[in-house]
Design a binder for this molecule. Sequence first.
Ligand SMILES: Cc1cc2nc3c(=O)[nH]c(=O)nc-3n(C[C@H](O)[C@H](O)[C@H](O)COP(=O)(O)OP(=O)(O)OC[C@H]3O[C@@H](n4cnc5c(N)ncnc54)[C@H](O)[C@@H]3O)c2cc1C
Length: 308
Amino acid sequence: MAALRIPPGYQPRGELRYDEPMARHTSWRVGGPADTWYRPADLDDMAGFLAALPADEPVHLVGLGSNLLVRDGGIRGVVIGTHGVLSGMARHGERGLDAEAGVPCAKIARSCARWGLGAGEFFAGIPGTLGGALAMNAGAFGGETWDFVRAVETLDRAGVRRRRQRDEYSVGYRSVRSPADEWFVAAELEFPGGRPTTQASIRELLVKRNSTQPIGLPSCGSVFTNPPGDYAARLIEAAGLKGHRIGAAEVSPKHANFIINTGGATAADIEALMNHVAAEVARLHGVRLETEVRIIGEPAGPGAESAP
Ligand SMILES: Cc1cc2nc3c(=O)[nH]c(=O)nc-3n(C[C@H](O)[C@H](O)[C@H](O)COP(=O)(O)OP(=O)(O)OC[C@H]3O[C@@H](n4cnc5c(N)ncnc54)[C@H](O)[C@@H]3O)c2cc1C
């Protein structure tokens, strides 16, 4: 582990840990240690922490780790976790809400129901934070995060805060291009009028989701994006890969685009299974699947063993 180089006398107000196992912070429950893990006390503290770090210190942001494969050798540099800390949320006018990046999407859906805002139930189907949903343009059951964004607040590597408008971003299916190298720290969301979100519409969506996805087992949701005009799950199932295993990683028998950690899988097992699935789909269907899941970190060093 490399020691964190921060100026003498600088006192972070947040929670600082060294050699933090990333398996604790990812929904696949795999991932080696981050050299440094930081949970800021609040937005000002996060800005101050970033400004205090040497410019060449690598920094990664993590929300709920529900779209993240961290390799077994872990992450060199600093990981900043937003979940549970950047958690401010307030109603904004008749149709909107303001939320910080660490707010879980499920809470946004519930707030839409409480405040009678329109068409926000899809957020209940995304088990991540608002920050992760902004980075991914996460979507479910016809709704997509950026359809509801009016403006965002960002922080850059030097700790400078900015407000940016929706039209500064180039947004597509599970893809967001930012005008600069910055992280999302908050957003102003606006929900159209019409049919309001209700507890019943959220429940209905969750029932639909639970009937098609292996909810409750460690996964990262859909591993691959859908290719134009088709579904990754259909292609994987048609390739006969449902239930295929490498180590303790398994292509879900319930939803072929999910890979499950059946207990004790390593990141290497999961990555090997992802590569096998992509290679088989390319061989049998001639389609190149693109990975939706973000992969970060270093492979385990020599001598590390895969789970039996
Ligand atoms: C069971 C299950 C079902 C799922 N279903 C869906 C679904 O229906 N639709 C869907 O779109 N996704 C789905 N997902 C995937 C995942 O929940 C989403 O991609 C979610 O938006 C990720 O949010 P997160 O906070 O967990 O991000 P993380 O996994 O922590 O991070 C994902 C990426 O976003 C970046 N990031 C995180 N926070 C920030 C920030 N504040 N600023 C900039 N970058 C940031 C990270 O660096 C990383 O590159 C599912 C996952 C699971 C486990």
